[in-house]
Design a protein around this ligand. Structure first.
Ligand code: PLP
Length: 384
């Protein structure tokens, strides 16, 4: 801990040092066990150190780690194909980078290049990352203000309000970017018609629709991808990251053929993007998600967690709302939640926040009912 504090910074760290993990559990240096509802900020969907993913990484590392995309590689080819198969119909060609923000950068560049227009409409309270382009579409003034001027042509409209999008569209609008369910904002679920109506407006005005599924993708919400799975809407471009490669850094931007092909050779590239190690991990991770029915588990266990929280915390006056979809859950309180987080650590549960007043839970989708009950009991005890 001292080393991280002395030689790095900027992060609001919890005062524990994690040394290992298995499934939905992590362990600190003293061997104390925690149920991990941080889940690597939503990355650890398949659980920590899943044996099949570990094996795939080992096998690939022994064979080939480095191979930039200027050279062909069989594993990468298989992953491009797999991504085209598992994502919503029509999304076929992908770019591989190393993080969510990079996937968003690629999406923004592609939208400008394809349409020849420069403006992007993003959502209030939306989050898309902290690099300059991604930050420009991110809403929170706390993240944005110190770094202005950001890229021009961005407007933010209220999430869930279709009319506001229509009013914000100009002749220069290239795309609308939206998280199907807002994550950082505190698991904000739109109305059942919202994304469909957004799709219609974008079609009518020749504007591209970008779904940022960095946080909602890979089963987190009880569907493989939230926008298509819950509301049957297909975007023109989709961004993915977090769980995509079982914990190995990867971000992907996938688009319709004719859109993807608008970028020309050399206009976008990443040295590490598409390296065989992360591609092998991604293929293994997708296998695990499908073979172990993690999407179905997310839906069932998420509904169970939500129901347990609602019944155990019923009537607590300090709670504003408990909401969620799949294992993507938020408890909005009427006060700052940091003291709850600290108490939870001592009780063996790791929790995330959204803003100051909301507890967010992004547990691995392999979390068991028994572990869910333990989390609920700890929260009930603390909130009492
Ligand atoms: C919806 C969304 N987009 C983009 C990002 C940025 O991802 P990264 O931190 O990997 O750059 C995040 C991160 O939480 C996110 O939730």
């Amino acid at each position: 801990m001292e080393l991280e504090n002395q030689y790095s910074g900027w992060v609001g760290r919890r005062p524990i040092q994690i040394v290992s993990g298995k499934g939905a559990l992590v362990y600190d240096a003293e061997g104390k066990e925690y149920i991990d509802c941080i889940g690597g900020n939503g990355v650890a969907i398949t659980g920590h150190s899943h044996p099949k993913i570990v094996q795939a990484i080992k096998n690939q590392a022994e064979k080939l780690i480095v191979c930039p995309t200027i050279l062909y590689n069989e594993v990468r080819g298989q992953l491009y194909k797999r991504l085209a198969e598992v994502t919503p119909p029509g999304l076929t060609k992908s770019f591989l980078g190393n993080s969510g923000a990079e996937a968003v950068e690629a999406a923004l560049k592609l939208a400008r290049r394809h349409t020849g227009k420069i403006e992007i409409i993003a959502m209030k309270n939306g989050f898309h990352g902290r690099t300059m382009g991604a930050l420009s579409v991110t809403w929170n003034p706390k993240y944005r203000k110190p770094f202005q001027p950001l890229i021009p042509g961005i407007s933010h409209v209220p999430f869930g309000n279709v009319e506001a999008v229509t009013n914000a569209i100009t002749k220069q609008t290239a795309a609308v970017i939206v998280e199907p369910i807002q994550g950082e904002a505190g698991v904000i679920i739109p109305s059942n018609t919202y994304l469909k109506e957004l799709r219609e407006i974008c079609n009518a005005h020749d504007v591209l629709l970008i779904f940022d599924e960095v946080q909602t993708g890979w089963g987190r919400t009880g569907k493989l991808f939230a926008g298509h799975g819950h509301w049957d809407v297909i975007p023109d471009i989709m961004t993915l990251s977090k769980a995509i490669a079982g914990g190995i850094p990867m971000g992907a931007m996938i688009a319709k053929n004719e859109i993807f092909d608008s970028l020309k050779t050399g206009e976008h590239f990443s040295t590490f993007g598409g390296n065989p190690l992360s591609c092998a991990a991604a293929l293994a991770s997708i296998d695990v998600i499908q073979n172990e029915k993690l999407v179905e588990k997310s839906a069932e266990n998420g509904a169970y967690l939500l129901e347990q929280l609602r019944s155990h915390l019923k009537g607590k006056k300090t709670i504003r709302e408990i909401r969620g979809k799949g294992l993507f859950i938020a408890i909005e309180m009427k006060f700052k939640v940091v003291p709850i987080l600290k108490r939870a650590i001592s009780e063996g549960v790791l929790l995330l926040t959204s803003g100051l007043n909301t507890i967010r839970m992004l547990p691995p989708l392999v979390i068991s009912r028994k572990q869910i009950d333990q989390v609920v009991n700890v929260l009930e005890k603390i909130i009492e």
